[in-house]
Design a protein around this ligand. Structure first.
Ligand code: ADP
Ligand code: ZN
Ligand code: ZN
Length: 724
């Protein structure tokens, strides 16, 4: 028998299947990991097939050396998923397979954890211990408990008594595997009586198919998800529940743990290596039945899936933005299809693409238009910041926002202030000569962080001394750019010196549990103001938040991206959704410099449908997705000449493709990327826009043109989330 093996080396040259002979004594199955000889080395590989014949010559073929684990680590469904992903996203087999395993397992660094327990041997006589009081107590304890942790016995009765009993062979030690628990909670499960809207939503989810649950913020989607999962568990099937990484707050995790207990496995980035490994194993063995996690939990080795749920389905983070690039929703569709189970996509602001699919009937639409607390959504007031400037207020905050903040503070309630930029100010620039502080390794301006008085690159993390003088002309007239979270906090401190003001962004949450700490502190302080980036926009459910301030909503609007208006609408709705979630009504102050943009009219009325209609018409006219596909091929390399020449040869081949499909290719051009250097790598790109007709075929041909770029790293994206 022969094994088809994929070598675990992520290089283009080894992205093939190699045949090996299976020695007679070795029992192999599809999905196992093995050691194989490769050239003069021994490498790890995955067995993806077992077969009777091979085309390799009998005396040239080499033997599989050994298996790494004695069970298949990659289950059949995932092997099929690998094939699908390689085709759909143009990925290498190894890089896909690696997604399916915890890195800890591949590197062999983490071991299972065992605990020593003491149990009684069969033959002993208590009479022998009349004079050894402690030893007798140990025996009695073991008689009533069967087994006790060795460490606990030693602590309770002392080392020598325990040792004595071991030596006399009265007790013996056994090893038991223990699971590292990523999360301990003491939250009570909240009993919720479903309202009619929720009941209807639950009944609408059928045996299979894709469902879009469009429910306003606070409509009680979480309860719907949990009931759907409970139903599936009753049928003895399993569930996957995905939540964006930044919404995976302790609050959210606890809600699921409280309801489903040990049946839940958690997979997210703040687990330690050991914890992730153990959770993965619990899923693999079938012990855990509900997987709750971020994007990569879609690869969980769980079988008999009865439902897959993606919360906040519109979130950008469901697309992996580094290699290997994949779109989580597509993978969820594959797995739902494979398991004949429903896929539920939930959001208060569905992506335009998915809502379009729902109006076409490919996806079934379920609506929850009312908040569970029966209260209206918070009123959104649009504040024209140009007016403020005309009235002589050039500060960060409008008069309205300041007076609303004062009210909140008086009433001992809470406010959240959203600003989509961390740091103090976005750049430092010389007023005399125009010098702009930039990162040496990346082509981006540096962000000033006042706390440590340094300039930081948000692309590579490199830090520089802050400017007091212009290094170019020596002038000390240094200008600071647009504000960030740090500056907002500083200003608020000046205005409300006695109020607790907390900050939550990438800088304040880098330590483990710091996220949790900030939220806990906020939740227990009244009045208080929480200032933050995207991180505060989602998932939080604080009863006493009655005011949300959005500092400059325009930020997300002026990116050169066809989705920027959509993103802006989503952001306003999500952030606004944090206010007025319990019995207290909420309000939102939205500051903008372009108040007449259509997105604000629709967003402030919570008119998703109106927004969608406008947006989809614009996209259709301009032939943007979902009415076309945008393909970006990004080349990068340390050596600029290498990138340029590989880009050029790719482009020349693409010209032939364009000739062949002249009517279907709307646009094609090669250029420097907007950020032309990151971490010293030069970045060039080709952008192509194609009609949907024949698009898969054309996409494949376009991809084939990238094959000769061997030195540059090539990143192939369809409808990229980010064009920088
Ligand atoms: P969403 O995810 O749709 O934004 P949540 O699931 O967070 O909303 O629910 C918002 C709040 O409403 C939560 O505090 C939740 O406990 C509560 N809630 C949900 N369903 C009900 C219900 N049927 N009756 C009363 N309160 C509910
Ligand atoms: Zn200068
Ligand atoms: Zn940098």
């Amino acid at each position: 028998m022969f094994a088809s093996v994929i070598i675990d080396q992520d290089t283009k040259a080894l992205d093939k299947v190699f045949d090996y002979k299976i020695p007679d004594k070795l029992e192999l199955q599809k999905g196992m990991r093995v050691f194989v000889p490769f050239g003069s080395r021994i490498l790890q590989g995955y067995v993806i097939d077992i077969k009777r014949d091979t085309l390799i010559d009998e005396n040239r073929i080499k033997n599989v050396i050994a298996k790494i684990e004695d069970f298949p680590v990659i289950k059949t469904e995932l092997l099929e998923l690998m094939n699908y992903m390689c085709q759909k996203f143009h990925l290498r087999q190894t890089s896909v397979l690696r997604l399916f395993l915890p890195a800890e397992m591949r590197e062999g660094k983490v071991k299972e954890l065992f605990e020593k327990y003491a149990i009684l041997n069969d033959c002993y006589s208590k009479n022998d211990f009349k004079r050894a009081k402690k030893q007798l107590l140990i025996i009695e304890k073991l008689e009533s408990y069967d087994k006790v942790k060795l460490s606990q016995l030693k602590k309770e009765f002392g080392e020598s008594a325990v040792k004595a009993l071991i030596n006399k062979k009265v007790i013996k030690l056994i090893l038991e595997k223990i699971n590292r628990k990523p999360f301990s909670i003491n939250m009570q499960d909240k009993f919720i009586k479903l309202n009619d809207q929720q009941k209807k939503a639950i009944e609408s989810v059928g045996e299979k198919g894709v469902y879009l649950l469009h429910g306003v913020t606070g409509s009680g989607k979480t309860e719907v998800y949990m009931r759907l999962i409970a139903k599936v568990l009753q049928e003895n099937k399993n569930a996957i529940m995905l939540v964006p990484e930044i919404s995976l707050t302790p609050q959210v995790l606890s809600t699921f743990k409280a309801r489903f207990g040990d049946k839940v496995a958690l997979l997210h980035s703040s687990l330690s290596a050991g914890e992730r490994f153990d959770e993965w194993k619990r899923i693999f063995s079938g012990e855990a039945q509900v997987v709750v996690g971020a994007r990569s939990a879609i690869f969980a080795p769980i079988e008999k899936i009865g439902i897959i749920i993606i919360d906040e389905e519109h979130e950008q983070s469901y697309v992996s933005e580094s290699n290997p690039r994949y779109v989580t929703q597509d993978i969820a569709k594959f797995r739902a299809n494979y398991n004949s189970c429903p896929l539920v996509l939930g959001s208060a602001t569905p992506s335009v693409d998915d809502y379009e699919a729902a109006t076409n009937g490919d996806v079934k639409l379920i609506e929850m238009p009312v908040r569970a607390n029966g209260k209206p959504l918070p009123q959104i007031q649009i504040i024209d910041m140009m007016n403020e400037i005309r009235a002589g207020n050039s500060g960060i905050f409008s008069t309205q926002l300041l007076s609303d903040l004062a009210k909140v503070i008086n009433q001992k309630k809470q406010a959240m202030i959203f600003i989509n930029r961390r740091g103090f100010s976005s750049f430092m620039m010389c007023r005399e000569c125009g010098y702009l502080a930039k990162c040496n390794d990346c082509d981006v301006s540096l962000v000033y962080h006042k706390e440590d008085n340094r300039l930081k690159c948000h692309y590579c993390g490199k830090q520089y001394k802050a400017l007091d003088k212009c290094p170019n002309c020596g002038s000390d007239r240094i200008k600071q750019g647009a504000v960030g979270t740090e500056k907002v906090v500083a200003e608020l401190h000046n205005i409300f010196p006695d109020v607790k003001i907390l900050r939550m962004d990438n800088d304040t949450t880098s330590k483990k549990n710091s996220h949790q700490k900030i939220l806990a502190e906020f939740s227990s302080t009244k009045p208080a103001i929480l200032v933050g980036t995207q991180m505060i926009a989602k998932g939080h459910d604080f009863e006493d938040v009655t005011l949300v301030g959005i500092i400059d909503a325009d930020q997300s609007l002026y990116r050169s991206d066809y989705r920027s208006t959509e993103r802006c609408f989503q952001l306003i709705t999500q952030v606004s959704g944090r206010a007025g979630r319990s019995q207290f009504e909420g309000k939102v102050d939205l500051q903008t410099y372009s108040p007449r943009h259509y997105v604000y009219k629709f967003a402030s009325n919570y008119d998703y449908k109106g927004f969608f209609k406008k947006e989809i018409n614009l996209r259709e006219t301009a032939k943007f997705p979902p009415f076309s596909k945008i393909i970006r091929i990004l080349f990068s390399n340390i050596n600029e000449n290498v990138v340029k020449s590989e880009l050029k040869s790719c482009y020349n081949k693409l010209l032939k493709v364009r000739e062949k499909f002249y009517d279907d290719i709307i646009y094609m051009d090669a250029m420097k990327s907007p950020v032309k250097k990151i971490k010293n790598s030069y970045r060039y790109q080709i952008i192509i826009r194609i009609k949907l007709h024949n698009s898969q075929l054309i996409e494949n041909e376009i991809f084939a043109c990238t094959n000769e770029a061997l030195k540059s790293s090539v990143f192939f994206e369809v409808n990229p989330e980010n064009m920088s």
